[in-house]
Every structure is written in structure tokens, then in C-alpha cells.
Design a binder for this molecule. Structure first.
Ligand code: SF4
Ligand code: SF4
Length: 467
């Protein structure tokens, strides 16, 4: 194979000076079989493949990624499937290629997203040596995690993940948590949050809502017998990668494993109410950072709530480059970096159009929404319900986004104001503490069956008067 030597083809419009790319050295292959994982089925895109990134491609990828960045830092991000299936020597070679090709003074950050079950002492020591930031996929306490995160034999994985986490802590590796939200954990925000904070020692959390779309013909019930509404949850006809059809971002139904919009909003609000009282400045929740940036008027880098996207691509083990990790589909394949330089593919008209479509396809309901500045309509993959006036393209999570962004309006204004005055947003915690004392005193003076003075609409005994 002849791999292009230069980062940019002559005459091509320059792409973004920096971009994010998730590389999948094992493709979609994984040692687990999480019931909700849309990505496992992507193995079908490469029938007969060994699902191992070849060494020649690894070097070409690292070289092209470095060449395509016109900023002094680059992130090498590994993801899957399960990237640790490649073994530690693959990552050693990747670091050696980085050292060979990096420009003088260039900073390189390494990240890897893993299910954590294959981490051993050697891998953890390697991660520490090269300052990898390790993202661990964990869905909460044992029962919530094991509800869907099982191995290929259907066995639970909680203990193996916790062992991997322990090894990271033992070796002093920096780690964060990626927690998917679904039917089994979405109603337990405080329990999930405290588990991650206290039992796992996580200081940076990402919560990813599971929205598993389902085309109507894939369910085994005559449609005329059902009143199917967009966003309606139906039982998933599969639970394993063995019988799962190739997943595409299609369909207006969702599986019953999926979170509802209302659950998502309530989950974020529940975590926020715990966080804002004791953890501001200590624990970072991605969505809260995003909200604060929006209220403060700064960019935040999370594509889902940015006006446009297109700077978060995915590279398959073959060198195929896709517009986004969620759109590893033939229609969104930009090309192969062994044939066309990575920088040229990133700068292509196809990718530019992909990113702009996020803004151009917003329904009027979003364009006129009071929290559009923070939400921007969410990810296009989730825009499959209709607005109240019948326009297509509203985000399935809209009700949850609205509930959360409205709920945090006051505190986000307050934190932004503190920042503008050069003070720490954490000062807000003292105001919450004082207000809580005031409300508890007021509740103590009220009858237990009276409405709580905090305005929640609940009785005192179920709210601030609860012992
Ligand atoms: S499609 Fe969604 S996940 Fe992909 S880059 Fe755009 S906003 Fe991000
Ligand atoms: S909250 Fe709903 S209406 Fe508002 S921008 Fe987001 S998705 Fe659109």
C-alpha cells in the first residue's frame, strides 16, 4: 500500500487547524456485549477483517494526524470497540511513532476510552509513564452497571471494571468516567453520582444518554395494530451482537432500554442539586461545564451543544475515515487515509456540509427557543421527533434539555457573574447552604402536610421537612 506523504493536497481549502479524531484500532470488536451498544454491529461493515490496525497504517495515521494539526498540541485518542484488545505493544509503537514525527515543541496528549476489564499492571504502568488520560465506561453501582454491561457469555462485568479502576489508581493514572444513562440507572441520579465520586474517586464525569433507535419494520408487530408515535419505546428485538442488525441512525422508535427525555432532564437536575451544594470546583460534570461556558459566553468544545459540528471524526482500523463516531455508515465515509491525506478529507466539502447541517436543519421551534444559545438543538442523530406544530427534526431529548437548561439558569447566571468579577464559581455553594438553612427553618415552622416553602409543590414532610 502506498500511503500519501503530505498532510494536505495542493490547492485544497484548509481544514480546521485542529480537530478531534477517535481512532478504532480494533474496529468494532470488543470483549463485552453490552446490550445497548450500537457500535458492535459495525463489524458487519468489514466482513472477513482481522480487525487489527496494521503497523504501516498506524504510523501513517500518527504522521498524518500530526501534519494536519496547525496548532502546537495534538490529541491521540483511542477508542473502540475495545482498544486494549490490541495489547500494550501496539500502544508502545504508537508512542514511538509520535516521537518520530512530532514537531519540535509540539505537545501530545494521549487518551483512551476503555471498558477497563483488560487493564493489568503492565498496561496501567504504561498509561502512567506516558500520561494517558483513561476514560472508564461504568454505569453506576453493581446492579445498574450489570443490567446491560455484560461479557460475550452474558456474565456481569462490574467486578472486572472495578479491578481495572483499582489498577489505574494504584499506578497513579489519570482517569475519568463515561456513564451511559438508560432504563436501569436513569432514575437514580444521586446514587450514580455519589458512587462515581465516592467509590470510584472520579473527578470528571460524562453522562451519555442511550437512545437506541429502531426502524418500525424491525419490530415483530403489525404496525396497524399499534399507535406508534415518534420516540415511543418498544421492546428491543435483540439483546446481543449475535442477532443485532447493522445499526444505522434511522427509525423513529426507540428501544425500551433507552432513556426518556424527561428522565434525562431529571437526572441532570438531580446530579446538579447534589453537585452545586458541595462539589463545585472539585468535581467536573461535562454538561455543567458546557452550560457554564454557554452562560458565560465562551466556546466549550462539546459538539452536541455547539452551533455546528464536524470536528469530531472517527477512523476505522482500515484507514476509513468517517464524519463522526455516531455516523460510521457508508454514506458518511469520507475516504481512506491510505488513498487521500487525512487533512484533505477533514477539509472536504462533504465534511464541511456535514458540520453545517447541524445548524441549517434546525426546526423553527429550536430557532425560537429561549435556551438555543446553550442547546443548539442537540446532536442530529437524535433529531427524529416532531415539534408541537408538526415540523420534523426536533431532538428526542428536547424536553430534557429544556428542563435542565431552565433549571440551571439562575445558578449559571450567578456563577458567570462570579467569574466576571474574578471570583470562583464555588462561592455559590455558600449561598445554597444559607438558603437550605433558611428553608429548613421555614419548613420546621410549617405543618408536615403543608406545601413546602421552597416552592417544589411537594408537602413539607416529603421535601425540606424530611428528617
Ligand atoms: S453528529 Fe452529533 S456526535 Fe457527531 S459531531 Fe455532530 S453533534 Fe457531535
Ligand atoms: S431545548 Fe429543545 S427546542 Fe430548545 S434548542 Fe434544544 S432541542 Fe431545540
Amino acid at each position: 500500500m502506498t500511503i500519501p506523504a503530505t498532510g494536505r493536497a495542493g490547492g485544497a481549502a484548509p481544514g480546521p487547524p485542529a480537530f478531534h479524531l477517535l481512532a478504532k484500532p480494533t474496529g468494532a470488536t470488543c470483549n463485552l456485549d453490552c446490550a445497548y451498544c450500537f457500535f458492535l454491529s459495525k463489524e458487519m461493515l468489514y466482513p472477513g477483517s482481522r480487525f487489527r490496525m496494521a503497523d504501516e497504517l498506524l504510523e501513517a495515521y500518527i504522521r498524518q494526524l500530526i501534519e494536519a494539526h496547525r496548532v502546537p498540541e495534538v490529541t491521540i485518542a483511542w477508542q473502540g470497540g475495545e482498544p486494549t484488545l490490541m495489547g500494550v505493544d501496539f500502544f508502545r509503537r504508537s508512542v514511538a511513532y509520535v516521537e518520530k514525527h512530532r514537531r519540535p515543541g509540539m505537545r501530545v496528549e494521549y487518551t483512551i476510552q476503555t471498558n477497563g476489564t483488560l487493564i493489568d499492571d503492565e498496561l496501567a504502568a504504561f498509561f502512567r509513564e506516558h500520561d494517558f488520560l483513561v476514560g472508564i465506561s461504568i454505569d453506576g453501582p453493581r446492579a445498574m452497571h450489570d443490567a446491560y454491561r455484560v461479557d460475550k457469555g452474558g456474565a456481569p462485568t462490574f467486578d472486572r471494571v472495578m479491578r481495572g479502576l483499582e489498577l489505574l489508581r494504584k499506578h497513579g493514572v489519570e482517569y475519568n468516567a463515561l456513564t451511559t444513562l438508560h432504563h436501569a440507572n436513569a432514575d437514580h441520579p444521586v446514587e450514580v453520582y455519589r458512587f462515581l465520586r465516592d467509590d470510584c474517586g472520579v473527578r470528571f464525569m460524562q453522562f451519555i444518554p442511550i437512545i437506541e433507535r429502531l426502524p418500525a419494520p424491525s419490530i415483530d408487530v403489525p404496525l396497524e395494530d399499534l399507535e406508534l408515535a415518534p420516540g415511543l419505546a418498544v421492546r428491543a428485538p435483540w439483546t446481543s451482537w449475535r442477532d443485532r442488525p447493522l445499526y444505522r441512525q434511522e427509525g423513529e422508535l426507540v428501544t425500551d432500554r433507552s432513556i426518556t427525555a424527561e428522565q434525562y432532564g431529571a437526572f441532570l437536575v438531580g446530579v446538579f442539586e447534589e453537585w452545586v451544594r458541595r462539589d463545585v470546583g472539585e468535581v467536573y460534570v461535562q454538561m455543567f461545564d458546557v452550560a457554564l461556558a454557554a452562560w458565560y459566553g465562551e466556546p466549550h468544545g462539546l459538539c452536541i451543544h455547539s452551533e455546528t459540528c464536524g470536528s469530531a471524526l472517527a477512523l476505522e482500523h482500515t484507514g476509513d475515515l468517517y464524519s463522526c463516531d455516531h455516523f460510521v455508515e457508508e454514506a458518511h465515509r469520507l475516504g481512506n487515509i491510505t488513498e487521500t491525506p487525512l487533512a484533505e478529507l477533514v477539509a472536504s466539502e462533504q465534511q464541511r456540509a456535514f458540520g453545517l447541517a447541524k445548524r441549517e436543519t434546525l426546526p423553527r421551534h429550536c430557532r425560537e427557543c429561549d435556551v438555543r444559545f446553550a442547546c443548539h438543538g442537540g446532536c442530529p442523530k437524535d433529531r427524529f421527533i416532531r415539534t408541537p406544530d408538526g415540523e420534523a427534526g426536533l431532538n428526542y431529548l428536547c424536553a430534557g434539555y429544556k428542563a435542565f437548561f431552565h433549571h440551571v439558569d439562575g445558578p449559571m447566571r450567578a456563577m458567570s457573574e462570579l467569574l466576571r468579577r474574578g471570583r470562583a464559581p464555588a462561592e455559590l455553594m455558600a449561598r445554597y447552604a444559607a438558603e437550605d438553612v433558611r428553608l429548613r427553618d421555614a419548613a420546621a415552622r410549617a405543618g408536615r402536610n403543608d406545601l413546602c416553602p421552597c416552592g417544589s409543590g411537594r408537602k413539607v414532610k416529603q421535601c425540606h421537612g424530611r428528617t
